[in-house]
Ligand binder design. Structure first.
Ligand code: AMP
Length: 431
């Protein structure tokens, strides 16, 4: 018996979950808000496949990163090719830029959103299928673009009412990092035998990655390591100063975190993260930075780039659900089949202003109960008499303003919308 024959059909795969009920509304509200902010900064949408060749991520993210080494959902397809469910969006965006020959018309500013997949240990705020909203700005090399990307994240979070604390760092340009790397190797070599197995390997392959280690044995050693900051070239230091000047001009508060090297290999110059408190724990809700070398590394021309990704699941955890705008639900009930057509027409006419349901199974009492369960504020009942008089009976299912639950009114069909606006939406809530 294979492992999957043991599982119940109603079970989801570990680390993956359905979004139902209010979660879906929150997800939609977050995506809509971030789309509006991205459009206002000159971005347009791009859609790339969820499945890509494994080599794209190995090359793009770096062989020695945790994501590539331990967390990818990779498998052989029926033709024997290794494919991977995307663990993030940047590598795909770079590929799409090259594949679609967009490198000739710069800048190109993309946003995208959707599911990403990482085989990590699931816990609150960390899932194996999670959602990101990402933006990538290709073709702009100045620090102003870094500032604009950070400002976009800041604006997105504040429009969503999420308090995010910004941390920034510079990991310098290539030349700064080369010099720094040799100092780092000298330092870590002194503690070689005390380092974790992964870090010992990284000492040879990619010493900067050691700084990102979460192993307890490594953390104490990392604390005493030299800081990249002390090795920034003049140009890299000036670039970082300008990023800070821009943030100051926009009054965006930040702290410098010298340990912020981020988990992926492709960054240089600016790296940043926004953290929010989720159950009193600071969790990264947005991460990003500049990656000038990546397009060339992936086979394209040398094109500077900067980008970020919101972790939408974590933004959902930090989001105050009371902010979801409610649209009033109205229930339309016909007494017998003879009134069905009138009910259908009336329901359609009301859908501009209200969410309208037409429960059709069972007697009026049962359908009133269903209307209550669906959260309807008012039931509109249409019987033989109402059709004859071009009127309807309105029964309130909730107390609103000066009206009580159970109040009934007879209303002419021609005045129905105006009447419903008056009785179902308290005056101060009319938009
Ligand atoms: P990264 O692509 O690693 O730079 O991550 C960008 C953002 O995506 C992070 O700041 C998190 O908010 C979110 N994120 C990354 N991995 C996960 C995960 N496994 N589950 C939920 N959110 C995640």
């Amino acid at each position: 018996m294979t492992k999957d024959e043991n599982t119940s059909l109603a079970q989801t795969v570990r680390g993956m979950r359905d979004l139902v009920g209010v979660d879906v509304s929150v997800y939609g509200e977050i995506i809509n808000t971030l789309m509006r902010v991205a459009y206002s900064h000159g971005y347009s949408q791009i859609e790339t496949p969820i499945l890509e060749f494994t080599s794209l991520f190995v090359r793009g993210l770096g062989e020695d990163t945790d994501v590539v080494g331990k967390e990818m959902f990779s498998f052989l397809d029926r033709a024997g090719q290794s494919v991977t469910l995307r663990p993030e969006g940047t590598a795909s965006a770079v590929r799409a830029l090259i594949t679609n020959k967009l490198t000739q018309t710069l800048p190109q500013k993309f946003f995208y959103y959707g599911p990403m997949f990482r085989y990590d240990r699931p816990q609150k705020g960390r899932y194996r299928q999670f959602f990101q909203f990402g933006i990538e700005d290709f073709g702009e090399s100045g620090p102003l673009s870094d500032v604009d990307v950070i400002a976009l994240a800041h604006e997105g979070l504040s429009k969503l009412g999420v308090q995010g604390e910004l941390f920034i760092n510079s990991i310098g340009d290539k030349s700064s990092r080369e010099i720094y790397k040799s100092h780092l190797v000298d330092y870590f070599s002194k503690y070689k035998n005390d380092l974790s197995e992964d870090s010992q390997r990284r000492l040879l392959t990619n010493p900067l990655r050691i700084l990102d280690s979460k192993e307890l044995s490594d953390i104490a050693i990392i604390e005493g390591s030299p800081s990249l900051f002390d090795f920034l070239s003049k140009d890299a230091a000036a670039f970082f100063d300008k990023v800070q000047d821009g943030l100051n001009v926009l009054s965006i508060p930040y702290s410098i975190d010298r340990t912020l090297v981020r988990g992926l290999d492709y960054y240089d110059h600016t790296t940043f993260e926004f953290k929010a408190n989720i159950d009193s724990q600071p969790l990264a809700v947005v991460g990003g930075g500049r990656y000038n070398g990546l397009v060339e590394e992936m086979g394209g021309p040398s094109i500077p780039a900067v980008g970020l990704a919101f972790g939408v699941d974590r933004v959902m955890l930090a989001y105050d659900r009371a902010r979801i705008p409610a649209k009033t639900v109205i229930s339309v009930l016909f007494v017998t089949e003879k009134e069905e057509v009138v009910a259908l027409k009336l329901a359609n006419a009301l859908r501009d202003k209200f969410n309208v349901i037409i429960p059709s199974d069972g007697g009026i009492a049962k359908r009133l109960k269903q209307s209550n369960t669906a959260g309807a504020t008012c039931a509109i009942i249409i019987g033989e008499d109402e059709v004859r008089l071009s009127a309807v009976k309105c029964k309130l299912l909730k107390a609103v303003g000066e009206y009580s639950d159970g109040d009934e009114f007879s209303v002419e069909q021609a005045n129905l919308e105006e009447f419903l606006m008056r009785v179902t939406v308290p005056k101060d809530k009319i938009l």
